[in-house]
Design a protein around this ligand. Structure first.
Ligand code: 5AD
Ligand code: SF4
Length: 450
């Protein structure tokens, strides 16, 4: 007899890897009768897939749990049980605290336990469960592949985790503690997953890893391969027309990866390469293991391999000890690179990281002011990058209906949102589009007639 049908709601916070993980959790529970819903109120099992990267992200968990407590009470009046689970990086870092502080939670499990989810849910019916071990076995080997129909329902573009964790230990960052040390999946497993995605009609794959360009997975002979070699293999899969990867460390941009950017038309000309600061003093305090000059040299080199590449980055302002001069070095670096887009954050001390022990904290008002200045500069650069696209023809993957009737929304090679007048029958096509106008966050263009 098939298992009784139940509803599952997953709320995802944080990075793209959490989005991927949420899908894999749903895949693991599907054979056990759990159907994913977008309506939290009808869910028999609610999972919060959490992020610990900054304090603000972490705090969201506890406020969300307050809301869930009320939901559980309302459902219980109607005679319905609701199981509540907390997954992801807050679960990994603060599992015991969640159990102690939030009696509403039945189940806490870290990112390395997702393959055990069906078993954990069964146990949680009898007792509160916490599983934040780093098990020996490879979770990916035990996670079921999604059904083709489910993959297809998730859109034309998919994430695929190839590497997880990090050994770099930047002094501000929780990732090595929440996701563990750096591990790479075997090439064959990744290629097989990519083939399944292609078979389900997916046209674009973004390879994920906290330090994705440090990928060093074994091939069939047990020899290690880098991300460049993996990309060359994936580019051979019929149906996969676009490849991307994120997020990278400057020290791992090796020549093979640069050659992939030069030689593979499938590899989109977009690189997210965080530098965090433009000051060598601060980079050292952050334990980044590179300076501003070497970062600029890498950018220059990659532009030689792929002249039209769009560069994106991450920045932290207000790291302990950051002076006006250090911040001014960051602004100078941003001007030198010319970003197509970038993300910037105010430093948030994370418990357990070396950065949290540093004195010489920057006043919050000073950090706010710097963040605003940096964000203005980045916004201006993004606008200029978009403006430069006007009059050009870009290939656009048409993904979904647009904001206005008769319009579709898609993505350019440079990851810009593009609105195009086109019929819905063209969803799924990659078409040349003449860009007519640009806004700060999107482009508008017209199909080029055959
Ligand atoms: N405070 C602020 N920003 C952080 N990031 C990582 N850790 C912190 C922190 N403690 C930012 C970095 C990273 C991005 C994912 O988040 O810029 O690249
Ligand atoms: Fe957040 Fe980092 Fe965990 Fe992603 S890996 S969910 S960014 S803490």
């Amino acid at each position: 007899m098939p298992p009784a049908q139940k509803k599952l709601f997953i709320k995802t916070f944080g990075c793209q890897m959490n989005v991927y993980d949420s899908n894999r959790m749903a895949d693991a529970l599907a054979p056990h009768g759990y159907l994913q819903t977008s309506n939290m109120e009808e869910a028999d099992l609610v999972v919060l897939n959490t992020c610990h990267i900054r304090e603000k992200a972490s705090e969201k968990v506890f406020s969300e749990l307050g809301r869930l407590k009320k939901l559980r009470e309302q459902r219980s009046v109607k005679g319905r049980n609701t199981m509540i689970g907390v997954a992801g990086c807050v679960a990994q870092a603060e599992g015991d605290e969640i159990i102690a502080r939030a009696p509403v939670v039945d189940l806490v499990f870290g990112p390395q336990s997702y393959h055990r989810l069906p078993e954990l849910v069964t146990r949680a019916k009898m007792e509160r469960v916490i599983d934040t071990d780093f098990p020996e076995e490879d979770k990916f080997e035990h996670l079921p592949a999604p059904a083709r129909k489910i993959s297809a329902s998730r859109g034309l573009s998919a994430f695929l985790t190839v590497q997880e964790g990090c050994d770099k230990f930047c002094s501000f960052c929780v990732v090595p503690y929440t996701r563990g040390y750096e591990t790479s999946r075997p090439m064959a497993a990744i290629i097989s997953e990519a083939r399944d995605l292609a078979g389900a009609g997916i046209r674009e794959i973004t390879l994920l890893g906290q330090n994705v360009n440090a990928y060093h997975g074994p091939d069939a002979d047990g020899n290690e391969n880098g991300l460049g070699a993996l990309l060359f293999e994936l580019a051979g899969i019929k149906g996969i027309e676009r490849l991307r990867y994120t997020t990278s460390h400057p020290n791992d941009m090796n020549d093979e990866l640069l050659a992939a950017h030069r030689d593979l038309p499938q590899l989109m000309p977009y690189l997210h390469l965080p530098v965090q600061s433009g000051s060598d003093r601060i980079l050292q305090a952050m334990n980044r293991r590179h300076g501003s000059k070497s970062y600029l040299q890498i950018i220059e080199k990659i532009r030689k391999y792929r002249p039209d590449i769009a560069i994106s980055g991450d920045f932290i302002v207000g790291f302990p000890g950051e002076s006006d001069e250090d911040f001014s070095d960051t602004m100078t670096l941003v001007k030198e690179v010319g970003y197509a887009s970038a993300y910037s954050f105010k430093y948030s001390p994370r418990p357990g990281t070396p950065g949290a022990l540093l004195e010489n904290r920057v006043e919050p008002e000073v950090a706010d002011e710097r963040l605003q200045q940096l964000q203005e500069l980045i916004k201006r650069q993004q606008g200029e990058f978009n403006d430069r696209c006007c009059g050009k023809t870009l290939s656009v993957l048409l993904e979904k209906p647009g904001r206005q009737d008769g319009q579709l929304a898609g993505r350019s090679p440079y990851l810009q949102a593009v609105h195009v007048d086109a019929p819905s029958s063209m969803i799924g096509s990659i078409v040349p589009v003449r860009i007519k106008s640009a806004g700060p966050n999107s482009l508008y263009g017209e199909l080029i007639a055959d």
